[in-house]
Design a protein around this ligand. Structure first.
Ligand code: GRF
Length: 192
């Protein structure tokens, strides 16, 4: 892993959907002392609402919706290189990156997941958490490996579940925490 010093690090955020974490990362990145600049947004879904945050902030965005992951990855790597990208933040990105992509990129790749990993990897997290009558859930920012939601944890935050919670309220509560946790974790990851 190459060491990075000096000016703000050119960062790409990968999204597939609503992009509320993207929005929070953009807002933080505009602060003087925040270590990254969002230079590129990549979406594998042309209808992702999050693309609007890129547009509104005049950030370059690319829609790469190749069906085969190998094609998505080779196109993406070329664009990342062209834009001098040295950090990737996955934020609601619904695909699993291959080991080859992760090695070829050479720099750090982070992801956020709405559970207390290693518990509840994968989809329908809140539904499964509620079904199991858990007292707590939360969110985790971690390094990305080629195994779903499995790399080393950078930061994690617990959220208490109350009786009245349903999927919608839990998602909302946790998203609010995600928006604070991801920027903190980015700072931390870049210090190490
Ligand atoms: C978040 O809950 C994130 O943890 C998960 O997908 C959701 C994305 O939300 N990976 P948004 O697109 O950032 O609004």
């Amino acid at each position: 892993m190459e060491k990075l010093t000096g000016k703000k690090i050119d960062t790409a955020v990968f999204i597939s959907g609503s992009g509320s974490n993207l929005n929070s990362i953009i807002k933080n990145s505009l602060k003087k002392n925040f270590p990254i600049k969002i230079s590129l947004v990549i979406s594998n879904n042309k209808n992702a609402y999050g693309i609007n945050y890129a547009k509104n902030n005049k950030i370059k965005f690319k829609i790469i919706n190749s069906k085969k992951m190998i094609n998505f990855e080779s196109k993406t790597l070329i664009i990342l290189k062209k834009n001098n990208i040295k950090l990737i933040c996955l934020a609601g990105f619904m695909k699993v990156l291959s080991d080859k992509f992760i090695k070829d990129f050479k720099y750090k790749i982070l992801n956020i997941h709405p559970s207390l990993l290693p518990k509840y990897k994968g989809l329908n997290t809140h539904k499964r958490v509620l079904k199991n009558k858990e007292k707590f859930s939360g969110c985790t920012v971690h390094y990305v490996t080629n195994k779903l939601d499995s790399g080393r944890v950078i930061l994690q935050k617990k959220v208490r579940i109350i009786k009245a919670d349903n999927e919608k309220t839990l998602r909302k509560k946790i998203l609010k925490i995600e928006h604070l946790l991801y920027p903190k974790a980015i700072k931390l990851a870049l210090k190490n």
